[in-house]
Design a protein around this ligand. Structure first.
Ligand code: SF4
Length: 395
């Protein structure tokens, strides 16, 4: 860029620094960069380049300068280190056995000594990392351990359309008027869901606390949709369109289209989840539950058995019901209702105690997404954020 792009040539004063010099410069001046970005953003606002009517959020996954081979959970890394030490010991033992009849300066022996040295150094590197770093936890509803990385522990291993990479999920929020970037953050989490809240907070931080009040639109694609995100957006009164992954199926204009069906089949194959997606159960929202009376009727009109309301979930207690085995065995809807062929138990279904509140919130959000205005608003997402990320997505 410093050789071909006028803007970069001017910024670099005609010099062509190595990319590591630029990387060192930017990583060593994070605070100054943040402040500079904010000043430029303020100038854009004063110049009328930021409309503040619609913000779109999206992310792109970029590789970092870290090796995915040095990734793993702590117990896997410990295994890797032990394996290296065992391999080194095996070569040492072989040496001891053959010591008498081998020239110590022979090429073979030198190579083997080098291998021992590399194996032990790498094992030490892993041990040192394990000693100084805590187990890395995910950000889901039930956080569990995720892969750490020895060379860059802030990055993460992610699956992209171009294969698995070790890198960062670069989140960006842009304004619709001139696609000015309002807030951006590189996170070491592959899923977009956990990034929605920080991105909304980032827009407020960089513009103003009330910038999303008064019906300002926020859009993001299906990757950002989750029950918790929907509840938060609803509770904060943000005018948002973040469709769930069923919204195309609910859209009769798209669901019947040949192109959509072809695309769906192709996605099933490429994601290697044919079995999983074929085995979708009827969702709990199609069961008729009365939380107060502790009763539930299934889509086939059968009364289900109450199993208790003490089951702990991350969002509070939930109440559980199970279909009678005799009802489910003879049910014509059984193959659609249950993911696996019936064995010794009927269909189980559970609801959160605050089901009615959550359900009405989700229904209202889906109604907005499925409305004509909702679809029009969602269409604005594409031309706002895609041009911003286009260049990165080409890499
Ligand atoms: S499989 Fe059981 S729970 Fe499901 S609809 Fe049939 S009877 Fe009801």
């Amino acid at each position: 860029m410093c050789k071909t792009d006028l803007k970069f040539m001017a910024l670099a004063a005609g010099r062509t620094p190595h990319f590591t010099t630029i990387a060192d410069f930017s990583s060593g001046n994070c605070d100054e960069m943040t402040s500079l970005f904010h000043k430029v953003l303020m100038i854009c606002c004063q110049s009328g380049l930021v409309g503040k009517e619609h913000f779109a959020i999206d992310g792109c996954k970029l590789p970092s300068d870290a090796s995915k081979e040095w990734s793993g959970k702590h117990k896997d890394l410990k295994k890797k280190s032990d394996k290296m030490k065992t391999s080194a010991q095996k070569i040492i033992d072989k040496h001891l056995a053959n010591d008498s009849d081998k020239d110590p300066n022979s090429g073979d022996k030198r190579r083997e000594l080098q291998t021992i040295d590399t194996l032990l150094k790498n094992a030490d590197k892993i041990d040192e990392f394990l000693k100084n770093n805590e187990v890395k936890m995910g950000k889901g509803r039930r956080p569990s351990e995720v892969n750490s990385n020895i060379t860059d522990n802030d990055s993460t291993k992610m699956t992209t359309s171009k294969g698995t990479i070790q890198g960062y999920n670069c989140q960006t929020a842009a304004d619709e008027l001139h696609q000015v970037v309002i807030y951006a953050e590189a996170v070491g989490v592959g899923s977009d869901q956990s990034a929605l809240k920080p991105m909304i907070e980032g827009i407020r931080k960089n513009l103003s606390a009330d910038v999303l009040d008064g019906g300002v639109l926020v859009t993001a694609d299906t990757g950002y949709s989750s029950v918790i995100n929907m509840e938060n957006l609803y509770a904060e009164g943000i005018n948002s369109v973040v469709p769930d992954n069923q919204f195309r199926q609910r859209d009769e204009r798209i669901a019947g289209s040949e192109t959509y069906q072809k695309h769906k089949e192709l996605r099933k194959k490429t994601r290697n989840d044919k079995l999983k997606s074929d085995a979708t159960a009827i969702p709990s929202s199609e069961f008729f539950v009365d939380i107060d009376a502790k009763t539930c009727v299934c889509p086939n009109g059968k009364q289900m058995m109450f199993q208790g309301d003490h089951f702990k979930g991350t969002r509070g207690n939930h109440i559980r019901f199970r279909g009678k085995i005799s009802d489910c065995q003879s049910c014509p809807m059984q193959s659609r209702c249950m993911k696996k062929p019936i064995k010794d138990q009927g269909r189980q279904v559970s609801f959160y105690a605050d089901y009615i509140e959550t359900d009405s919130c989700l229904k209202l959000i889906n109604k907005r997404i499925d409305s004509e205005q909702g679809r029009k608003d969602y269409g604005r997402r594409m031309w706002t954020i895609e041009p911003v990320l286009w260049k990165h997505n080409q890499q």
